[in-house]
Ligand binder design. Structure first.
Ligand SMILES: *[C@@H]1O[C@H](CO)[C@@H](O)[C@H](O)[C@H]1NC(C)=O
Ligand SMILES: *[C@@H]1O[C@H](CO)[C@@H](O)[C@H](O)[C@H]1NC(C)=O
Length: 430
């Protein structure tokens, strides 16, 4: 239940006036803003974050309007922590990392994550601290093309955590295509040799954010997919059946479909494999990962994948159809709420439009999309970027409250995002 709803209706107006006055007083001129883009002098939206976020989660139109004026990234504060001389206990404390398993149930069901990143350091920190728990293990694939400063900063951060490491082999341009697929495989090789145990692996990229808590995620995996892989997708449609793919659009919770546009493959797939098409995102069992790294069909399929368009949308789905693959789900189709994406091509069919803007065919959520995102059945949503800093800031506050609300151990003060608002109204998860 929102505590905001219980407060006086004048609050939003006060917030609006407060922010307008604040902007009026402190907004730097465009020249000033350009001089130091990564260190804006003020974080306007941090002034009343909880009220504004609450209003956004409630879908209040006025709040979306106000949010447009919030341009200064909260990220500058995060980056300031990283750029000081490294002190790991301080970093973990000040960046609000959760330092103990929150329940025995979670402590005994460790997950592995593969996170592929190449830009937006502050957002990476926000994503990492949202998914971080000490019992899990994290392989970070930093793109070989990323600036040296970026790589150094990521290295310096992750070296503070025993259970986070950078992929030992790194690809150039691993945002999409075969390099992306290879980046996942590189991390998998490291993960199977990690001293940390894990039962399932989930892949993410820097533009994703969790909607569900760690506990929700493992309960979802255990209840509906016990011992099974989740790779939403269907058989590669024949070239002349574009209508069929539209039908599928409607039923896919993923919203993730044929980017591959029914291409013909130059060479036949190896071992007469039937090629499936679907999501690049998955939840895979450890046994399946071991199978992928050793099975001849999987290796040959990987070699064959070098020459096709968007192989990351075929590879996992196709291998998960093999009846003898561990945890395979040949009949699952689009089932599995792994990732919510609003594709431009599906506007009107699978969703009612992007409350933000489209980048490379999929929606980057704006403040107006928060209400929608919070109600998703999906485990994660994509995509977010630092051009909308308020969106991720609100989402992470909302997510953290959900996480701490489920904790079965005493909550440490530094696990909370503080900066209590002027009015002392708290954002409640709902
Ligand atoms: C690191 O930070 C902690 C907590 O802020 C502090 O107690 C400790 O002295 C610092 N260590 C070093 C080496 O500066
Ligand atoms: C693939 O299937 C065809 C017929 O469906 C068969 O003739 C061929 O031997 C198979 N190839 C392999 C490598 O299994």
């Amino acid at each position: 239940m929102s505590q905001l709803r219980a407060t006086k209706p004048g609050l939003l107006v006060c917030t609006a006036i407060g922010i307008f006055i604040f902007l009026y007083l402190r907004n730097p001129t465009p020249e000033e803003a350009e001089e130091e883009p990564t260190h804006p002098a003020v974080v306007e939206c941090g002034f009343y974050p909880d009220e504004l976020c609450s209003a956004l989660f409630e879908g209040k139109e006025a709040a979306s309007q106000i949010a447009k004026f919030c341009k200064a990234p909260h990220g500058s504060e995060i980056l300031a922590h990283l750029h000081r001389p490294r002190n790991c206990s301080r970093i973990s404390w000040e960046l609000h990392f959760i330092t103990r398993p929150l329940s025995p149930e979670e402590g005994t069901f460790p997950l592995a994550y593969i996170v592929t990143i190449h830009k937006e350091l502050a957002m990476f920190v926000q994503l990492l601290r949202a998914i971080y728990l000490p019992q899990n293990v994290y392989c970070i694939h930093v793109d070989e093309k990323a600036p040296k400063k970026y790589k150094t900063a990521v290295q310096s951060l992750v070296s503070c955590f025993e259970n986070i490491f950078i992929s030992s082999k790194r690809e150039k341009g691993a945002y999409t295509g075969f390099r992306r697929l290879q980046a996942d495989i590189n991390c998998m090789k490291d993960l199977v040799h990690s001293k940390f145990q894990w039962s399932h692996v989930i892949n993410l990229c820097g533009q994703d954010f969790p909607i569900k808590t760690n506990r929700d995620i493992i309960r979802y995996i255990r209840s509906k997919w016990n011992g099974k892989n989740i790779t939403p997708g269907v058989i590669q449609p024949p070239n002349n059946k574009s209508k069929m793919s539209r039908t599928h659009h409607k039923f896919t919770p993923e919203g993730d479909t044929y980017a591959s546009r029914n291409e013909r493959f130059r060479d036949d797939p190896p071992h007469n494999l039937t090629v499936y098409s679907g999501s690049a995102y998955y939840v895979l069992t450890r046994k399946f990962v071991e199978f992928v790294l050793t099975d001849t069909r999987a290796k040959d399929m990987l070699r064959w994948s070098q020459d096709i368009h968007a192989p990351e949308r075929h590879y996992w789905v196709t291998l998960n159809q093999l009846k003898d693959a561990p945890g395979s789900t040949p009949d699952a189709g689009w089932e599995g709420h792994v990732r919510a994406v609003k594709w431009r091509s599906e506007e009107g069919a699978a969703h009612d439009g992007c409350q933000g803007r489209y980048v490379q065919g999929s929606c980057v959520y704006g403040p107006g999309g928060l209400r929608w995102a919070a109600q998703l059945p999906a485990l994660f949503a994509s995509q977010f970027d630092s051009a909308e800093p308020l969106v991720v800031t609100c989402l992470e506050r909302w997510h953290r409250l959900k996480v701490l609300g489920q904790a079965e151990v005493p909550v440490e003060p530094h696990w909370h995002f503080h900066r209590e608002s002027h009015f002392n109204v708290k954002l409640s998860p709902w």
